[in-house]
Design a protein around this ligand. Sequence first.
Ligand code: GDP
Length: 195
Amino acid sequence: MKITQAEFVISAVKPHQYPEDALPEIALAGRSNVGKSSLINNLIMRKALARTSSQPGKTQQLNYYRVNDRVYLVDFPGYGYAKVSKTERQAWGVMIETYLKEREPLKMVLLIVDLRHPPSKDDQLMYGWLKHFNIPVTIVTTKADKLPRSKWDKHLKVVKQTLEADPRDKVIMYSSEKGIGREELWQILEEKING
Ligand code: GDP
């Protein structure tokens, strides 16, 4: 997709702050530091619209980005950050669960994992949740540029096995640094947005 417009809309803390114009939404989930903000910036061709290394304290906000007046990218707060209190973790869970269960315009969730490492327990839980709620998922394995090409297939296999990924779910390789996977991911997103 050619990006003609991309803007940050809101950090929504409560559902009544979610946009009401019913544009399709694609949400992005992943552990802190996995490269989620970099991926958003790369997707929408902006250097720093999404804040990289998102502040660990902001565990209860959904960041909405509107692209080409066609779609919202919805950035979930990163999970798995050790210093987050139990209360905050619970609040995160309630917010995400409510969003996944009730958010009508949600079309797909991108589960972002690091190609270099097996997905964490939290990644496995997140994936399980998405399958439980019957939400279309694409698994995006990022930071591919940090591995030699000869190792990509082996690492992809570990990601799929660790998540016990449904063979129908697409798994793509990405590098925000090099733009690897960008076209492929936009194609998947456009199918969902138009479909
Ligand atoms: P977030 O916390 O998930 O939003 O992660 P960030 O986007 O802030 O990325 C965390 C760190 O990983 C930053 O230092 C990024 O520059 C780096 N990073 C993110 N994506 C890539 C990538 O595809 N390749 C490389 N080499 N580094 C990346």
